[in-house]
Structure formats: C-alpha cells, structure tokens
Design a protein around this ligand. Structure first.
Ligand code: PGA
Length: 246
C-alpha cells in the first residue's frame, strides 16, 4: 500500500488524473474502474482538461462503474448514470457502448449482477479502479459487515450512507435504500487501485483503512492485502495517520 499525503483537494485530483492518464499511455485499451460521489469530481475535471488539450484519448478505452442505486431509472438526475454522463462521459470520448454501469431497474437483479462480473472478466479485468471512501469505511456500496467474498450484488445501504447521500435528494426519504454494487471480491480483482479521500470527515476511516486491523467492520481495510494500491489523501483526510510515505 502506498500512501501519498498532498496539500489539498486540487492536488489530490491532479495526481489521480495523472495516474489514469499514465494508464492510458501504457495501454490505450485500458479498462477503467470508475467511481461517483463528490471526491472524484476534481479528477474528472482534470481528465477532461487533459482530453481537451489533446494529451489523452479515451477512444479505445472502456469503463465499469462501481455501483448504481437500485430502483432508480437511468434518467433520474440522482442516478449514477446521470452523474457519470454530466460529470464525465459527455465531455470525453469513451465509446457509449463501452461504458458499463449496473442497471438500477434490472428485473432480474441476480442475472444483472452475474452478467456485470462476467463482462468485466470478458473485457480482461479492470486495469485501474478509482475508489472514494465512505465515512463508515465503505468502498463502492460495500457497507460495514460486508462479506469479503461477495461479487457484484444487491446491497442494503447503511444508515450513515443514506444520511450522507441525502444531500443529493430533496429529502432523506427519497434516498434509495438499496444499490447494486461491485462486491469486495470484484474490487480486489482489479489490477491496480487508487483510493482518494479529502476532508476531516474521512480522517478516521483513512486511519483505520491504512493502520487498523483488517475487518469487515471497515470494508476498505481489506485493501491492505491488495498488491497494488495507492491511497491519495489531502492533509485533512490524512491528519490521523502516523505513517506517511510520500
Ligand atoms: P463522497 O462519497 O466522495 O461523496 O464523499 C464517497 C463514498 O461514499 O464512497
């Protein structure tokens, strides 16, 4: 696990974007694992800037998102389909049929999940997976007490997550209670992982992820046994760390 503590959100975002850019230079056909939430927005902005200035090209790349709310249509503004479209996909050139996000309205959820994992494997596996982290240590929507062996599956959202995500909805009652998420096993199969965190409210989760024991109470702690993880945090998210390899 490599930990990089940077000054602020902007620096975190730029470093993360450069890692994605390097991956594309190494292999233009890379399979990117993408995340939603506030944390990666700056990274997406930087990637768009690199794309617009001609420095990177996504035309041969493809992407798999971590998760989608269950029971929400793609067109609803809070769906992760909409988020990805507005924040990233509309501004770069990953071909439309090469952008995968679980279908939150799938009638046969088990089948949807099975096919999602199957597609990832068929495309050669995820080359680089971007992750945010929840205040409760979740990655994707793998909430505390998750089964570490789970692949993509339907999950119940934690109370903390429902509260944290209420800011995107008109009221907390509108936040979906379930989601389809890549499981821990799916995430751990990614060849490279970049986890991003910024702000004081993530400091506890980051300290436990890096320095705590591996436990399903803090799902991100499993990353300690992945062989190629980079964690980029700003000063505030890293303030409780005793270990700093820069
Ligand atoms: P955030 O969410 O980036 O909006 O803080 C991260 C997460 O819940 O994984």
């Amino acid at each position: 696990m490599r930990v990089i503590v940077v000054e602020n959100y902007e620096e975190m975002s730029k470093k993360a974007a450069l890692m994605i850019a390097s991956q594309l230079y190494l292999n233009p056909k890379s399979v990117l694992g993408l995340a939603t939430g506030s944390t990666p927005v700056g990274m997406y902005e930087e990637l768009i800037r690199l794309y617009e200035s001609g420095e990177i090209d996504f035309s041969q790349a493809m992407s798999f998102n971590l998760d989608e709310y269950y029971g929400i249509s793609k067109d609803k503004k809070q769906s992760y389909h909409s988020f990805m479209k507005e924040t990233f996909f509309d501004h770069i050139n990953i071909p439309e049929d090469k952008r995968f996000i679980p279908d939150g309205l799938a009638e046969d959820v088990e089948n949807e999940c099975r096919n999602y994992d199957k597609s990832i494997i068929e495309m050669g596996g995820i080359d680089i997976q971007v992750l945010g982290i929840g205040v409760n240590g979740h990655i994707g929507f793998n909430e505390p007490n998750i089964n570490f062996e789970a692949k993509t599956h339907l999950v119940n959202l934690d109370e903390q997550t429902i509260k944290d995500n209420a800011r995107f909805f008109d009221s907390i009652d509108e936040v979906p209670r379930q989601a389809i998420s890549m499981g821990m096993k799916t995430i751990m199969q990614s060849k490279k992982i970049v986890l991003l965190a910024s702000g004081k409210n993530k400091a506890d989760a980051i300290q436990k992820t890096i320095e705590g024991k591996i436990t399903s109470d803090l799902p991100a702690s499993l990353l300690q046994i992945h062989k190629d993880v980079v964690i980029i945090v700003d000063k505030e998210a890293g303030e409780k760390l005793s270990r700093r390899d820069i």
